[in-house]
Ligand binder design. Structure first.
Ligand code: HEM
Ligand SMILES: *[C@@H]1O[C@H](CO)[C@@H](O)[C@H](O)[C@H]1NC(C)=O
Ligand SMILES: *[C@@H]1O[C@H](CO)[C@@H](O)[C@H](O)[C@H]1NC(C)=O
Length: 241
């Protein structure tokens, strides 16, 4: 009775379609490593030098199995220094040597912290999460520390400010610009006059001043904070830079 049911056309059809769907969707390849808490000493064993072990990488205290990216993270790979440790800071500093390989983001700007959080998102999307690293960002119970909360809050604030900056800049048309070896740089407006303006959110975002060129109509030129390009006439539509 059972054998007959298993051989029935509808069962075989079902089995074939299940096998087909499994083949097409490919069940995600799971890391051989269970998600758990790691110490930095344990993590350092997974730096890719031992072929029998997976390669692990920490970022903001989250640990990922990056074995499938061996060409980047294995010995001789351009990003081997990220393997077996949490070098969160190097994701923005690009400094892969000595003290550059630290998990501390102390003193970095909001946009830089957002950039590290974006990298962590990249690893969540691209690789398998295998747990948390006990230390700066997670305590020995696996709870997020005040440092992680601080970084995430600063990154979220930067994301908000960047959004606001984008909207504000969209209201003011930017100048056109071109650059050539012979002519040097030039900015110009199709409508209105080029003026240098301070990006209002920039100090909060990066800690630095940043100017951009925007176009203003004649009746707007008396607004505060507009700077005429050096050597450019008040009502010139083109300025050398
Ligand atoms: C702060 C500096 C930099 C950091 C932190 C960084 C980080 C990374 C990381 C982690 C990967 C591997 C992503 C993965 O797992 O698939 C990667 C890939 C890559 N990076 Fe960078 N990178 C930096 C600068 C650069 C620069 C300056 C270049 C080019 C001039 C570059 C070119 C590439 C290329 C081409 C890949 C892809 C390689 C491939 O898929 O075969 N990177 N980068
Ligand atoms: C890399 O991992 C191996 C074992 O897998 C270990 O013996 C070695 O000390 C590690 N290197 C560093 C720099 O931690
Ligand atoms: C990387 O960081 C170390 C230690 O902070 C410093 O001595 C070195 O000059 C830095 N290298 C680069 C390329 O910035």
């Amino acid at each position: 009775m059972v054998a007959k049911a298993l051989l029935s056309p509808s069962f075989i059809g079902l089995a074939v379609s299940v096998a087909f769907v499994a083949l097409v969707l490919r069940f995600p390849v799971k890391s051989p490593v269970q998600a758990r808490l790691w110490t930095s000493e344990e993590l350092s064993m997974y730096n890719g030098t031992d072929n029998g072990l997976p390669i692990l990488l920490g970022i903001l205290g989250s640990v990922f199995d990056v074995t499938k990216g061996k060409s980047h993270y294995g010995p001789g790979g351009g990003y081997h220094h990220f393997a077996g440790r949490d070098a969160s800071r190097a994701f923005v500093s690009g400094n892969f040597s000595g003290d550059g390989l630290t998990d501390s983001l102390h003193g970095l700007s909001g946009t830089e912290m957002k950039s590290v959080v974006d990298w962590r998102d990249f690893y969540f999307r691209s690789y398998t999460f295998v747990g948390h690293l006990v230390g700066r960002y997670y305590d020995n119970q696996g709870r997020p520390t005040k440092f992680l909360k601080g970084v995430e809050a600063k990154a979220a604030r930067a994301a908000q400010l960047l959004e606001k900056q984008k909207k504000e800049e969209a209201k003011l048309p930017s100048c056109n610009s071109r650059w050539s070896q012979q002519e040097g740089g030039e900015v110009w407006c199709d409508v209105g006059y080029p003026r240098l303006v301070q990006r209002p959110q920039e100090i909060a975002l990066t800690g630095k001043m940043s100017m951009r060129c925007a176009c203003f109509k004649e009746e707007e030129l008396s607004q505060p904070g507009l700077e005429v390009y050096k050597g450019c006439d008040y009502l010139s539509q083109v300025c050398r830079v």
